[in-house]
Design a protein around this ligand. Structure first.
Ligand code: GLA
Length: 664
């Protein structure tokens, strides 16, 4: 059988050409392909077809009728192999002579990472329209005995909760029909057997599905793709449809190693820009935004060392609460009596960059925009609108809507010296009827087109992606934005869990995090200001508290911590991440930074006998390490096998330790 081996940084992915479909031979550390395939079926099939038992890479229903197909058309499809092309990857083309469908499976290794991108191009070379009801980007078989699946689930204010299930047989499915990836599941899945971990992540900011099925032989097959919604997708003669990319990652070092593979990929995918320490006024002032309140906060933020001031929701006309204003993107004259431009200049005169919140896709029924263009929102003739957070959603599939939004965004960015835009989206899509079978795809393309235009025409503006918290965190959004807002829940212990899950899938330089005054939403145990800071320092530090009310003592501590963060920010944003229990270690060749939090009960030390907690560190070099603050010196072996000592007390519940490597 003809075979192709795709080479990533340290891993390989080998595909063999079967008679009608390609099969996976091996996927793992380089060299795994050198031996008999662990996936090939050696037995006879009973009551199923050969394709159902084979480790197929991608198959249409028809050809693989029982065990799950990657492509489902209203008429079943059967293929023959046509050609293979090798360029910066591999392209395998199959043809259905009856339907006139050409399907090209595309593979592209991402240089210097252990990530392989897969997608599919479908061309209707026939004479009849083709109706697609299931559209996978990739399917992949894993040689697990028992699949341990890790996924990230939750809801608004509770995103990225890490969950694990063991699947000895049967099916597992996660997905979204929200029109955005949603809060319920991240479009990401990790599969483990022993220590090895395989992962899949989808570059699609719309509706999606990922499923896993363990067949009776113990082989796990994972499929990922966008969800044709409401569907079916119609592929007219002569048209080509390209699926979103599914990224595949592998690590021999378990989930933690897999996270490092994703981090490395996301560092390539996103722009290498410094992410400023920001202040965001949402939690301090809510919808009561006016020049005086914002300037008071901006002065306090500048004094703490912030680099950027972001005015969140509430700055535009008609936005006194969440029932109005969306669509009418003009600054509220009553709130900014000297003019918005003068206000922005006052903020910038404090030495701060200026950032602004927008929610381009939404419209309030009370707005002027809605009165002028009621036909711009999703609606089904004769059916009522559904309001979510009192708002409707614009149809970004319409060119006039996109042009309006572009003029609005470009106008704001041209009129005011804005260096940061928070792009929010606070409701899922509803009322997308049969007249718009690919509403999901059209909306996604509109959103990505606007983000692309922003990047091309305002390259100095950083974009924060947000959808009611972490409702739109996918690889396509990441490629066109600079930071993600993982959750509206900023309460310390809740945030720790959110960030723990987030860092499994995404890199720290994308993780926006604020120090706030929020009590716990789910876990209300109080935590120190330091705890909140150390938590927000684990990614892109922001402050969202009412800092005009902070005591002089808190401000002093905050100033010191912001300064320390600036010193270590580069290490946090580019270092290799090792996750320890209630701690994260960031490793660069010269320096290791450890951020640690205390969450459990206290031992009573020093009132009673006892000893410090030890955090065994990872990936250290030979030689010694010196604690930049205390001057304590430890050998790499001591830190690795005995651990870094940390002493928790009632007043000391978080720590930052910076260890510089010194050759002995
Ligand atoms: C969403 C965002 C918040 C904030 C509010 C404003 O919930 O996630 O951060 O911007 O909207 O309405």
């Amino acid at each position: 059988m003809t075979r192709w081996t795709l080479r990533m940084a340290t891993t390989t992915y080998t595909v063999a050409l079967g008679p009608q479909w390609p099969e996976l031979v091996a996927w793992g550390p380089a060299g795994v392909e050198d031996g008999p395939s662990p996936l090939a079926n050696h037995g006879q099939v009973h009551f199923i077809t050969e394709a159902d038992a084979a480790p197929v890479e991608y198959a249409p229903r028809g050809q693989r009728p029982f065990a799950g197909a990657d492509l489902v058309l209203e008429q079943d499809s059967w293929w023959r192999f046509e050609e293979a092309e090798i360029s910066d990857g591999l392209r395998l083309t199959y043809v259905d002579d009856v339907l006139g469908l050409r399907t090209t499976l595309c593979y592209r290794p991402v240089p210097d990472t252990d990530v392989l991108l897969r997608w599919v191009e479908l061309t209707n070379a026939g004479v009849e329209p083709l109706a697609v009801t299931r559209l996978g980007s990739a399917g992949v078989c894993l040689p697990t005995r028992t699949a341990r699946l890790t996924f990230l689930s939750g809801q608004w204010a509770q995103e990225f909760q890490r969950q694990t299930v063991t699947l000895p047989a049967g099916q597992f499915r996660i997905g979204s029909q929200y029109g955005v990836p949603g809060h319920n599941y991240a479009p990401w899945l990790a599969i483990q057997d022993t220590e090895q971990a395989w992962g899949i992540s989808l570059a699609w900011p719309g509706s999606w599905e990922i499923d896993a099925e363990v067949d009776p032989t113990g082989m796990t097959r994972v499929r990922a793709g966008r969800l044709p919604h409401p569907g079916p997708l119609i592929l007219l003669p002569g048209e080509t449809l390209t699926t979103p990319q599914a990224a595949l990652a592998y690590s021999a070092e378990g989930l933690d190693g897999l996270a490092r593979v994703w981090h490395a990929y996301e560092r390539q995918l996103s722009r290498p820009r410094p992410r400023p320490v920001l202040y965001n006024s949402w939690e301090a002032t809510g919808f009561s935004v006016n020049a005086d309140s914002q300037l008071a906060l901006a002065r306090a933020a500048a004094d703490l060392g912030a680099e950027l001031f972001v005015v969140d929701d509430g700055w535009f006309t008609g936005r006194d609460d969440d029932t109005g204003g969306l669509g009418d993107w003009e600054p509220d004259e009553n709130a900014f009596p000297q003019g918005f431009g003068a206000f922005v200049e006052e903020v910038r005169a404090l030495g701060l960059g200026f950032g602004l919140w927008v929610e381009p896709e939404s419209v309030s029924p009370k707005s002027h925009l809605y009165k002028e263009h009621p036909d711009w929102v999703y609606q089904i003739d004769g059916r009522p609108h559904t309001l979510v957070r009192n708002q409707l959603l614009l149809n970004l599939g319409r060119e006039d809507v996109r042009e309006f939004l572009w003029a609005m965004l470009d106008g704001l960015l041209t009129r005011y010296p804005i260096s940061y835009l928070k792009w929010d989206m606070n409701r899922p899509a509803t009322e997308r009827g049969a007249s718009l079978p690919d509403a999901d795809g059209d909306h996604v393309r509109g959103y990505l087109e606007l983000l692309t235009r922003l990047r091309e025409q305002h390259p100095d503006v950083l974009v924060e992606a947000c959808a009611g918290g972490g409702g739109r965190t996918d690889l396509a959004t990441i490629a066109l934005s600079d930071v993600l807002w993982p959750s509206d829940n900023t309460a310390p212990l809740d945030r720790l869990a959110v960030q723990d899950g987030f860092l499994l899938a995404h890199a720290p330089h994308l993780m926006s995090s604020w120090v706030t005054d929020a009590p716990g939403v789910f876990d209300a145990r109080p935590r120190s200001l330091r705890f909140r800071f150390v938590l927000a320092m684990a990614g892109v530090l922001g402050i969202g508290a009412d800092i005009t009310k902070w005591t002089a003592e808190h401000k002093k501590e905050a100033r010191e911590l912001v300064a320390l963060y600036k010193e270590i920010r580069e290490i946090i944003h580019t270092g290799e991440v090792y996750r320890l229990p209630d701690a994260v270690q960031y490793v660069t060749p010269g320096t290791t930074v450890v951020l640690a939090w205390h969450t459990g009960t206290l031992t009573g030390v020093p009132e009673v006998p006892g000893r410090p907690t030890r955090l065994p560190l990872k990936a250290l070099a030979n030689g010694s390490y010196v604690d930049r603050k205390s001057g304590a010196r430890y050998s790499g072996a001591h830190l690795t096998h005995v651990g870094l000592p940390v002493s928790w007390t009632r007043h000391h519940d978080a720590d930052i330790v910076v260890l510089d490597h010194v050759a002995t």
